[in-house]
Design a protein around this ligand. Structure first.
Ligand code: NAI
Ligand code: NAD
Ligand code: ISE
Length: 338
């Protein structure tokens, strides 16, 4: 059986997912697309022979669409995920699940009321081989109990005018928020934020770089750096300091060169390439699970947890350098998601 997929939002990542479903993965076909940018969606639809709809809601309602992928702009996610649940259709939603914790909670409540899991969130780092190796190292106690995590999320640049305010947290650091909770098998209890000297390349309305200090239930301290105009590359770093050793996230594979009096390796510059294999595994597993009527990837609850943490990080960011420690508290995870 082939899963007939409708994609809402054919921008950068929408096109990436359509390409992988059409050319690399098995078991699914993109039959419906929609984007508010009509020229762009037209060009995408022609390449894959998919039908173009007027709105995201028309895609969700279409009888020949079995499952939905939401890759539109973040603030539209909640509306399309809620409509997919109302239609009883499985939905894969890129991060963030919704732009506020309240929005995520509405999705959690709707899914529980529906009575069956339908929602998966695009936290693809859990599918990345290097993060999986790091998790195995921690789970097998090869560095004892983890005590400290140093991590960095660096982008070469961000689009001027389109990336501002709280986006370093809600759009970028949200990946660390999810993956570190999974990696450490722990939950967060508090956060504070610090602004280092600002780079000259950052827009006026953006604190870049930014540092957040998270504390977990087990007392692990996480020192997170978000630097989205670092210029030199797309660089994701994670170092876990344990009782008996230190474990580092493996670097992406690159040829070790001896040339022009230098010993060097390349650094990637594009997020699409850094996590290309993780995205493939993530979407293939989503297709396979959806065909079986299951959801096994990051859930709406994970999306909600990330959003509650992100909200606290934003509150801490707004009180930057004041020493304010913002508590992070979550209700008990409902049985539905255990
Ligand atoms: P983008 O701006 O390239 O694409 C978004 C598309 O959504 C645009 O084409 C826009 O016209 C369309 N759109 C917006 N509102 C719409 C609506 N109401 N109905 C239909 N189409 C609508 O953005 P990009 O980079 O593709 O990001 C999209 C989402 O994917 C974001 O939520 C982002 O956070 C997430 N993302 C996830 C990544 C990951 O690493 N998992 C990487 C990049 C993006
Ligand atoms: P993008 O701006 O390139 O694409 C978004 C598209 O959504 C645009 O084409 C826009 O026209 C369309 N759109 C906006 N509102 C719409 C609506 N109401 N109906 C239909 N289409 C609509 O952005 P992107 O980089 O592709 O990011 C999209 C989402 O994917 C974001 O939520 C982003 O956070 C997420 N993302 C995740 C990762 C990741 O690493 N997992 C990477 C990139 C983006
Ligand atoms: C983007 O939306 C992503 O999800 C990328 O993974 C991240 O590195 C980037 O900062 C975000 O804007």
């Amino acid at each position: 059986m082939t899963l007939r997929v409708g994609v809402i939002g054919t921008g950068a990542i929408g096109q990436e997912h359509i390409h992988r479903i059409t050319n690399k993965l098995t078991g699914a076909k993109v039959v419906a697309v929609i984007d508010v940018n009509k020229e762009q969606v037209q060009a995408v639809a022609e390449k894959i022979d998919a039908k173009i709809y007027e709105t995201g809601h028309d895609v969700i309602k279409a009888e020949d669409v079995d499952a939905i992928i939401v890759t539109s702009w973040g603030p539209t996610h909640e509306e399309f995920v809620l409509a997919s649940i109302a239609a009883g259709k499985p939905v894969f939603c890129e991060k963030p699940l919704a732009v506020t914790a309240e929005g995520c909670k509405r999705i959690v409540d709707a899914e529980i009321a529906h009575g069956k899991k339908l929602v998966q969130v695009g936290f693809m780092r859990r599918y990345d081989e290097s993060y999986r190796l790091l998790k195995e190292t921690i789970d097998n106690q090869r560095i004892g109990e983890p005590l400290i995590v140093h991590c960095a999320h660096r982008n070469p640049s961000v689009p001027q005018g389109l990336y501002y305010g709280a986006m370093p947290i809600v759009d970028t650091f949200i990946h660390e928020i999810d993956v570190l909770r999974w990696l450490l098998n722990d939950d967060y209890v508090s956060v504070q934020a610090i602004s280092p000297r600002k780079t000259r390349d950052a827009a006026e309305d953006l604190q870049d770089p930014l540092m957040v200090l998270l504390e977990t239930k087990k007392g692990i301290r996480i020192n997170g750096e978000i630097f989205v105009n670092c210029r030199y590359g797309y660089d994701i770093q994670c170092q876990v300091v344990g009782e008996t050793g230190v474990a580092n996230l493996p670097e992406p594979m690159s040829v070790l060169m001896r040339s022009e009096a230098k010993l060097s390796t390349d650094i990637l510059v594009d997020w699409k390439k850094r996590f290309i294999d993780a995205f493939d595994v993530e979407i293939q597993e989503w297709i396979n699970d959806t065909l079986k009527g299951e959801v096994n990837g990051p859930s709406a609850w994970d999306g909600y947890f990330a959003a509650v943490t992100a909200d606290a990080c934003v509150e801490a960011m707004e009180a930057m350098n004041s020493g304010k420690i913002v508590p992070i508290s979550m209700p008990e995870c409902p049985k539905f998601y255990l």
